[in-house]
Design a protein around this ligand. Structure first.
Ligand code: FES
Ligand code: FES
Length: 150
């Protein structure tokens, strides 16, 4: 079936199966920043924005984004580059498997709050599992990144 939506601001029309999940459709069309860590709505590595809200792309059917705006890290590259700098400074980049989902979440956090509290930052991070870092270095990198933007 035909799916029309806006991918990182570009109007696209794809053929998708009625039972195809958004994560699969994105990867099938070359959006390999989408990482499918669990495929069970647990890890957060497949997170995208749908109309600016974080969504687990492994848990929604592709056809449900018809007419909507979907953002992946390919659509926020400048922000990702800045964020990567702070992650590097804090040693928060290890395997980076969690990185694209985390970047999308941080983008959403920044849109939601002008000056998020530590608790609000942690609340946003809670759905994004990282098996390498223990989260503290990531938390410090996010704080430094947000402080730069003030
Ligand atoms: S792959 Fe979607 S939440 Fe883990
Ligand atoms: S850096 Fe390896 S999963 Fe997060």
């Amino acid at each position: 079936m035909k799916l029309q939506f806006f991918l990182n601001g570009t109007d696209v029309v794809w053929d998708v199966r009625p039972d195809e999940y958004l994560s699969n459709a994105l990867r099938r069309h070359g959006i390999f920043s989408i990482r499918v860590g669990c495929d069970e709505s647990i890890c957060g590595s497949c997170t995208v924005l749908v109309d600016e809200k974080p969504v687990l792309s492994c848990s929604v059917l592709a056809i449900t984004v018809n007419g909507k705006h979907v953002t992946t890290v390919e659509g926020i590259q400048e922000e990702v580059a800045r964020l990567s700098h702070f992650f590097g400074e804090e040693g928060a980049n290890q395997c980076s498997y969690c990185g694209s989902g985390m970047a999308i979440i941080i983008h959403a956090l920044k849109k939601e709050y002008k000056n998020p509290t530590d608790e609000q930052i942690r609340d946003f991070m809670v759905g994004n599992i990282c098996r390498c870092t223990g989260y503290h270095s990531q938390f410090k990198a996010i704080k430094a990144y947000l402080a730069e933007g003030k």
